[in-house]
Design a protein around this ligand. Sequence first.
Ligand SMILES: Cc1cc2nc3c(=O)[nH]c(=O)nc-3n(C[C@H](O)[C@H](O)[C@H](O)COP(=O)(O)O)c2cc1C
Length: 357
Amino acid sequence: MKIGSLDLGSRAILAPMAEVTDAPFRQICRENGAGLTFTQMISAKGVVENAFDTLRVLAFNRSEKPIGIQLLGRDADYIEKAVQEIKTLKPDLIDLNCGCSVSNVCKYGLGAAILDDPLLLGKLVKTLVKAAEGIPVSIKIRLGRNRQKINVLENARIIEDNGASFITIHARTRSDSYMDNPLWEWIAKVKQTVAIPVVGNGSLFNEVDCFKMIQETGCDSVFLARGALGNPFIFKRLSTLLETGLLQESESVDEVAKVALHHLDLLIKDSGEDQGVKKSRKHLIWYFRSFNGVHSLIEKIFSLNDRSSLEDFICSHVENIKNDSYPKENFEEINKKFSERVLFWIIDSKLKEEDKQ
Ligand SMILES: Cc1cc2nc3c(=O)[nH]c(=O)nc-3n(C[C@H](O)[C@H](O)[C@H](O)COP(=O)(O)O)c2cc1C
């Protein structure tokens, strides 16, 4: 897909994910064939006010390019000022998040709440495009407020008319949960409505899903979110399928472990041993969730606090998998839980406990 003068060379893009798409994960996805990656959503107000936590997640390395920065905001002044700051970092793209449906975001009128107000949406896109002075702008949207109030075609036209370079459609509405099937047919309708590139998003867990979405909707590229967790291989697998029509063999446990340990190394380089080890846990569970023994891994991993014990454990885990030492897992149930909630091992009672603290 081409964005202005930038040719991505791949139709698979890593979607922004809070607490996930940090520099180490972005690098892993680029090394495995992602054409473009994004920071997680970044508060425009936080950028303008120099909030330390915001600036930390905004940082990226030149070697990561092409990279997009995703902004969260609904105030045109903040957005304009935030873009002035961001421009100095020379990102390849600036995206506006009009897709986040989390109540803590929508209650402030941010994210998917903007979709209810097409006039405001148009004003924000216009402001962003003008302030970006030539840096391409994209907008990530959902279908509308709920399945009775789908206004994605109107919003897509407004986004195009105000100068955005492409639109990403997460084919669910704001009220939908991950358990609701995405309505890909709306991606096809948007594609017929606007001339700018359209990127499709929603429940793409393997390269065949991506291929089907491209075939069925005509979308120019796909945005991968949950499908890339513990599975950065999906990017290359899709390129191979599109180029040759062939499906690759599944990665062996050794291949998965090699990338997982490289990811751990990058996290430690980025955040230090203590934080790097902590941040690696969810990724390691995702990497090994398709192999027997994932429940043993989950039981053990939270007690390992240093690099060498974690690496030793992963190596013995891999040997146990290869020796078929673990009982069979119910992968259908694991996949169902994962698609409902990516942190599927955290039970509701523990979440409620954490909420109280
Ligand atoms: C852990 C997590 C964090 C997310 N954070 C963001 C975010 O910062 N910005 C955004 O636009 N979407 C965010 N999303 C939504 C995804 O980008 C994507 O639109 C959604 O998961 C649907 O794609 P999927 O069905 O392939 O997972 C997040 C999703 C997950 C699972």
